[in-house]
Design a protein around this ligand. Structure first.
Ligand SMILES: Cc1ncc(COP(=O)(O)O)c(C=O)c1O
Length: 470
């Protein structure tokens, strides 16, 4: 059985440690010669001035500063740079489900500001906050009904874990290698990327990790989905038995790559949680609110004990996140699991409500399902033509294209993916690569079939320009 360049981290480190450490699990980085070439060819005048000022005054980090380019606006499915170039943005950091600067969300935010009820001091509530919590209880599945809000996804994950500890009396966690759940100390401990932990010393005690069920790339070379599921579940159970005291298993229902597990896998995980007294936490910070073709990704699988939401919850305008759980876990009134200043911010709640109403009114989750199928069909046709494309995965408008230099060995086409990314940008299509070689396509859910065709024409042309026939 062939094991194919599986260990991503080791592979990337081996290939890129000569001069500088380049770690690309989470996204494309700003330390490569290709990035420098992009800057040299694209930044001049005022854009270059702002770019340099940003570089001077912000702390540098490989995934954000120095930045890619300078933006002057964003509308619908597009971002626009300072020189007036527009790009269909298939990344949007996951906040753009209802489109950037959605007029109805902006209207709701303005109305809330005019009503002089924006920040709400702790110990008080307000109408938008209550309406939002009620709305989430109505639209989330399986009896989820008790919410708690906070500014960001990282904090929401940490609140969920804190609640799981209180409920179970345990403190350990199991989560997945290569996952990302936020940059906070506990969230980074739960995340499976060295990038956010290296050099930081001991992280949260008891944070353990397992493989995500990936049917296309897995360390065992298994080709049958059920073999992958069985091995992944076996390893989880091994930890639950040998390391008793696990409070929660935490994962995105579909990984960021995206690897899409079968329903039976998550059912198996839930059964193990019940058997060993742990809670199941789903991180839908990216996948919630229609992205996967259903309002919540868990609807493809099972209802978790705690569902974590973020990003698009703030309508792409304000930062907002939170968690929702079952009433039976409302068990620690004498403690605080999410003591955040903005937990009932009326402005954020108004933005969130407007976003949710817009998605529901326009059936954006259905649009994601339909256009996701369409996109898959077109990508499969491209795959037949381009040997570089080895695997296409995803659900709804949450799609990944795995590029390889050789389909047999599945060697990751890291350099090619980066070149294609910049070629696409030149032609008006922006996206992020992850794990070095995977192009991720996550447009705003307001996108049309014509716009998808245009985006895929750009991608097709860029791949054609950089064809590697093996
Ligand atoms: C899956 C997932 N969870 C959590 C987070 C953290 O969210 P935030 O950046 O709002 O803290 C992110 C952010 O990218 C994410 O992608």
């Amino acid at each position: 059985m062939e094991i194919t360049n599986y260990d991503l981290h080791e592979y990337i480190m081996q290939n890129h440690t000569k001069e500088k450490r380049i770690v690309r699990e989470q996204g494309d980085v700003n330390t490569t010669p290709e990035r420098q070439k992009y800057w040299d060819e694209n930044l001049s005048g005022q854009a270059l001035e702002i770019f340099n000022a940003d570089k001077k005054y912000f702390l540098h980090q490989s995934l954000s500063t120095p930045v890619l380019n300078v933006l002057s606006g964003a509308q619908g499915i597009y971002i626009q740079d300072l020189d007036g170039n527009k790009y269909i943005d298939m990344h949007g950091n996951g906040v753009h489900n209802a489109g950037f600067n959605n007029p109805e969300v902006i209207q709701a935010v303005k109305k809330q500001m005019d009503a002089n009820m924006t920040f709400c001091p702790r110990r008080y509530t307000n109408i938008p906050a209550v309406n939002l919590a009620r709305k989430l209880a109505e639209i989330t599945p399986g009896g989820l009904c008790k919410s708690l809000f906070c500014p960001g996804g990282s904090e929401a994950i940490e609140m969920a874990v804190t609640l799981a500890k209180q409920v179970t009396g345990h403190f350990k966690t199991i989560s997945f290698w290569d996952s990302f759940h936020g940059a906070g100390f506990a969230a980074a401990s739960i995340g499976g990327e060295e990038h956010f932990k290296g050099g930081a010393g001991p992280m949260m005690p008891g944070a353990m990790h397992v493989e995500f069920p990936n049917y296309y790339r897995n360390p065992w070379g298994f080709t049958k989905d059920e073999d992958v599921d069985a091995e992944c579940l076996r390893q989880i159970e091994l930890i639950l038995k040998r390391e008793p005291g696990v409070a929660a298993i935490i994962g995105e229902p579909i990984s960021a790559a995206p690897a899409v597990p079968g329903k039976r896998y998550w059912q198996g995980v839930k059964e193990l949680c019940e058997k060993y007294g742990a809670l199941l936490i789903f991180d839908e910070v990216i996948e919630g609110f229609g992205r996967t073709g259903k309002m919540f990704a868990c609807e493809h699988f099972i209802t978790p004990d705690i569902l974590v939401l973020g990003k698009s919850l703030g309508g792409g305008i304000v930062p907002f996140a939170g968690m929702i759980t079952l009433s039976r876990y409302d068990v620690c009134p004498d403690r605080s699991v999410g003591h955040y200043t903005h937990e009932k911010n009326a402005l954020c709640a108004a933005a969130a409500l407007a976003e949710i109403e817009y998605i529901l009114k326009n059936n954006l989750h259905e649009n994601a399902a339909n256009l996701g199928h369409y996109m898959m069909r077109r990508l499969k046709a491209m795959q037949a033509e381009h040997p570089l494309i080895c695997n296409i995965s995803g659900t709804g408008l949450h799609i990944g294209i795995d590029l390889v230099t050789d389909r047999k060995t599945k060697e990751r086409a890291i350099d090619e993916a980066e070149i294609i990314m910049y070629k696409c940008m030149q032609k008006g299509l922006a996206f992020k690569t992850i794990e070095g070689n995977i192009i991720t396509l996550r447009p705003a859910l307001v996108i049309t079939k014509e716009e998808i065709d245009h985006a895929l024409d750009i991608l097709d042309e860029a791949i054609r320009d950089r064809r590697s026939d093996k």
